[in-house]
Design a protein around this ligand. Structure first.
Ligand code: 3H9
Length: 703
């Protein structure tokens, strides 16, 4: 028989219930069963007057065991476990530490008193998994903390720090004790001396918010839900349950929770949760020690170089930034300081820490010799092969043996960059996304000769910077930009064939993207794509369709937001952009003489083409081994390209949509354009075999 992860220990007048289920003490079936048995043991313990419930390891219970979701539920169910705790005739005090989330907080709300160690964070993050609290969280929290706080925490899923949790009445205090057990011991002694009896949250009256307050809160929740059903369902359930007796309210919450459990959004969000964690787990790197990184050099102090410098400094590392001359170096330093001030304003950085890091950990230089001691150098200069190769030649000359040499190129061949050095094994691509101090994605581009130790170092760096590293092989644009180029092209073809860019943006925002492709283009600057098209013009296949309209805009000086006009017009009245009435005339002119230029595209057709292009390119990327697993692609699109998280990423979306349907769509599109639309053999094979991309994530049937 395996030992229970929950223990009951009788120690005189205090009983201790401890949970030990690493890594995060999630509420597996064994923990739920163990909790019931421990409560029974406490109830039967005639000497113990108060029980202390605490957890071993890094955190109090961090929630239900997410890996059990989607599988048949096993008794005892969590609401029943919590009700056993709450209905215990003797008081139970929960002592919290770490991240007390979801079912973990619900367990704590079943206890009769709650303390939280300094640094504890509490929250009900179920909506971030497409769920809502399912074990009394939305029924007990309003009774304890009031309507507004409960709605805020439950519909946003955000975590509150210990101080805020005290202010909201969620916990009773923050003890000054060595550990949760010691804190519980002292509190139990106090309760025994004061002869306290259990205080049940279920016995408190539910708040009665005014209609206006409910209406305003509903509007806020609906506005921020952006396509997600869980926050809205959680809100409506919470509100309706306020008018019900406690037991009825609990059953009502449970039924909404079980409904949400069946939704594709829940499956997608949980896929995203595990994909993020699996992306950084690299089987091939097990046991390989990363190199120590303390001193980082950055070449190039433009927006990207500044963002990388900020991210590296925020991780506590030392930065030397190289610019061409003193003036450019001063500009870069000023830009960085402004960026860090922004972090101070957002409360992400204390003013003292900001001053200290800029003073002690950051310097600029114009001479590469300043990089002699660097452990890692990240090049972020102009995107041009000759320029980058020149930088790497210089780095090769000055850097110490063992230094990792990284390029932040977003398209160029990392093998060709490595080849100009005498140490290609030390060269790797680190593709940051702008703004680099904020965006979570880091594409780790492993070149042919990159040493595994260098790749391991890149993953360790990503973790230290608080980013999610995703491994990519070398190809034009790596995983993300290569896919973006393809789905952007599918959008451009629709425009050439008669669709309005505004309709395309609208359809894709409705699908859940943060922005449509033409809004993104305006934000990034239309000159970027223009320059790339000019570069490739000479080698272009004559069958390739060129988005002439995009060239025309640039040639007319309409570069996007930075010039106040691109696809949209940006002015004081409409800083977010409004459609330009002159664009249609330009499009009509460009389309004249093109085949199929009178086509109309429904929102559904727009999404079908855009997504088919994305998924098909993803399949090609897998076939070529550029991405190792479909989940890596999902993480790239989720964290770097505004893909709606509640759809799980393009490859997960494709599985849910059905690979057969997507392959058929591609065949239909190819009837009029078989140059662009070529179904990936991998996609065709999976579709024919009735398989999903997910089977490649698990290794099942992979080839
Ligand atoms: C819920 O509670 C529903 C209830 O209302 C009702 C029920 C009836 N389950 O993130 P990390 C694993 S919904 C299973 O790298 P960190 C994770 O996969 C749940 N596994 O560490 C990883 O495994 P591996 C509400 C879990 O320190 C390892 O633990 N709760 C769970 O950066 C370490 O995780 C949540 O949504 C879980 N619940 O962050 C909390 N949590 O090493 C979700 C983690 O094999 N969890 N794992 O890759 C988190 O937010 C973070 O994991 C946490 C720790 C903040 C706890």
């Amino acid at each position: 028989m395996t030992e229970s992860p929950v223990a009951y220990e009788s120690a005189g007048e205090t009983g201790y219930i401890s949970v030990d289920n690493p890594p995060v003490n999630s509420l597996s079936a064994a923990v739920r069963k163990g909790l019931v048995e421990a409560i029974d043991a406490f109830a039967a313990d005639t000497t113990a007057k108060v029980a202390v419930l605490y957890c071993k390891g890094r955190t109090f219970i961090a929630g239900a065991d997410i890996s059990e979701f989607g599988k048949p539920m096993v008794e005892p169910y969590l609401p029943d476990v919590i009700s056993r705790i709450e209905n215990c005739a003797k008081p139970v005090i929960a002592v919290l530490h770490g991240t007390v989330l979801g079912g973990g907080l619900e367990v704590a709300l079943g206890a009769h008193g709650r303390l939280a160690m300094p640094g504890t964070r509490v929250g009900l993050p179920e909506v971030t998994l497409g769920l809502m609290p399912g074990a009394g969280g939305s029924v007990r929290l309003p009774r304890l903390a009031g309507f507004a706080a409960a709605v805020d925490l439950i519909t946003s899923g955000r975590q509150a720090g210990a101080d805020e949790a005290v202010a909201l009445g969620i916990i009773d205090g923050i003890p000054d004790a060595a550990d949760p057990r010691a804190a519980g011991e002292a509190e139990a002694r106090r309760w025994i001396a004061e002869r306290r009896s259990p205080r049940q949250i279920s016995g408190l009256p539910a708040p009665r918010p005014e209609e206006d307050e409910i209406k305003a809160a509903r509007a806020r929740v609906e506005r921020s839900a952006r396509g997600q059903i869980a926050p809205v369902r959680a809100f409506e359930t919470l509100v309706a349950a306020l008018g019900m007796p406690f037991t009825e309210a609990m059953a009502f919450e449970r039924s909404a929770f079980l409904d949400l459990m069946q939704t594709p959004q829940r499956a997608a969000l949980i896929h995203a949760f595990f994909a993020e964690r699996k992306a950084v787990q690299q089987e091939g790197l097990k046991g390989i020690q990363p190199r120590a990184i303390a001193k980082v050099g950055i070449i190039g102090g433009g927006t990207m170089g500044q963002g990388i410098a900020a991210a590296v400094l925020n991780a506590g590392l030392d930065v030397t930034l190289i610019e061409q001359d003193e003036e450019a170096a001063a500009r870069a330093a000023a830009g960085l300081a402004k960026m860090q001030q922004g972090a101070v304003k957002r409360g992400k950085l204390s003013p003292e820490a900001c001053d200290q890091m800029l003073r002690d950990k950051f310097r600029t230089a114009v001479d590469y010799a300043a990089l002699a001691e660097a452990d890692l150098v990240i090049e972020a200069v102009f995107e041009n092969m000759d320029v980058k190769q020149e930088v790497f030649r210089k780095l090769d000359a000055v850097c110490r043996p063992g230094a990792v040499l990284a390029t932040n190129t977003s398209y160029l061949d990392v093998n060709a960059i490595a080849a100009v050095t005498s140490r290609p094994a030390d060269v790797i691509g680190l593709h940051f996304f702008s703004p680099a101090n904020i965006m979570r994605l880091l594409e780790i581009v492993v070149a042919d000769k990159t040493a595994p130790e260098v790749t391991a170092t890149a993953f360790a760096l990503a973790k230290a910077l608080g980013k999610t590293g995703v491994r990519s092989g070398v190809c034009d644009g790596f995983i993300g930009n290569r896919m973006m180029n393809t789905y952007r092209t599918a959008a451009d073809h629709m425009v050439l064939d008669g669709a309005s860019p505004y309709d395309i943006d609208r359809a894709l925002v409705r699908f859940g993207f943060a922005m449509g492709p033409y809004q993104v283009g305006d934000l990034a600057g239309l000159d970027i794509g223009y320059a790339a098209r000019q570069r490739k013009a000479a080698s272009r296949d004559p069958r390739e369709r060129v988005p002439v309209f995009a060239d025309r805009l640039v040639e007319a000086g309409r570069l996007g937001r930075k010039t106040g006009r691109g696809y949209y017009i940006y002015d004081d009245e409409t800083p977010q952009g409004r459609p330009d009435p002159e664009l249609e005339a330009l499009l009509t002119e460009v389309r004249a003489g093109q085949p199929g230029n009178a086509a109309t595209f429904s929102d559904e057709e727009i999404v079908a083409r855009y997504m088919a292009a994305m998924v098909n390119e993803g399949a090609k990327i897998l076939e070529e081994g550029i991405a190792a697993r479909p989940l890596d692609i999902d993480v790239v699109l989720l964290h770097g390209y505004g893909f709606p998280r509640w759809r799980g990423g393009p490859m997960h979306w494709a599985d849910a949509e059905g690979l057969g349907a997507i392959a058929q769509n591609i065949a239909r599109f190819a009837e009029t354009d078989d140059f662009f639309w070529k179904v990936s053999p991998l996609l065709a094979r999976l579709a024919a075999e009735g398989r999903t991309f997910e089977t490649l994530n698990t290794g099942e049937g992979a080839s």
